[in-house]
Unconditional design. Sequence first.
Length: 395
Amino acid sequence: MDEKRVLLIVGGGIAAYKALELVRLLRKAGVAVRPILTKAGAQFVTPLSLSALAEDKVYAQLFSLTDEAEMGHIELSRSADLVVVAPATADLMAKAANGLASDLASTTLLATDKPVLMAPAMNVRMWEHAATRRNLAQLQADGVRFVGPDEGAMACGEYGPGRMAEPAAIFQAILALLETARPLEGKRAIVTAGPTAEPIDPVRMITNRSSGKQGYAIAGALAALGADVVLVSGPTALAAPAGVNRVNVETAQEMLSACEAALPAEIAVCVAAVADWRPETVGGSKLKKGAAGPPPIALVENPDILATLSKAARRPRLVIGFAAETDDVEANAKAKLRKKGCDWIVANDVSVAGTMGGDLNAVAIVTAKGVERWERAPKAEVARRLAQRIAEALP
């Protein structure tokens, strides 16, 4: 990635702050970043912070004699391998869809002959408006790629689709478009991610705090290296990574069935936080509180997806499990490796604040040969390193 260049257009929206983390991820991966900051975008992030992280000048004005002398807008529009718009506001999408060129950002989008990736960010009502849907369809027909948006709470207080994808997801989508070496081309990978939800009754369920971020990042990283990825996902608010086929499930039994249906595969990475138990019977109506106290709930063990795939007749060549531990992390991971029959265990300490549900992770790769410890890093970076390690193991 050291010779790759991204032209990053930062639009005006509260999500612009995420562009700073995106720049950091790209620079850490060796990708050069040249920023364009819109007038509205400068209301949310400063040119100084963007320039410092990008290690390059920030371009902002279409009619700037200095900017035009250094690099004219036509050359700027074609100076990179990929143009990324993050956040892509409703205004920027509308200008690009209709060929308008009223500022440096829109002029650059009209003049570029490079691939374009947009990460939309706007209020849910703006995202669902008929005009935005028309613009989206036109941009897709023009060949523009999209990552996100995600669904969730917004700064305006509303909830729904419209949140800009997390920097890790945009980073993976960028790598997928920039990656020319595709060592996993022709290989199929199954990745499980997120929590499972085991119903108690029509209202309540047994679940956990998994966000799915690490599993989604791994799915995106494998796709970036050319793998045909099936992402079997429990309930999350994340958008599927670029180039990934997502299968939505809720329970552990559904997740196992989806994994078995995706076989044969060369790679299986079981990241999902699967509930160990489920209620033996599911109430047909909501269980009510009563004088007798809480109702008894008999539990039965869920299927072990990692062990099942490790012992399957059509076993993937490389089966990797995750161990989320709160104590004796490496010892428990070694025991899990022996018990499950998989090839690697990726262990992490989820008692560390910000690990489960957060954007950072520190892992230990446990194999029959020993333990390799990786320092705490963004989950996108952990995913990229793991995907590279998988590619090296499967020549």
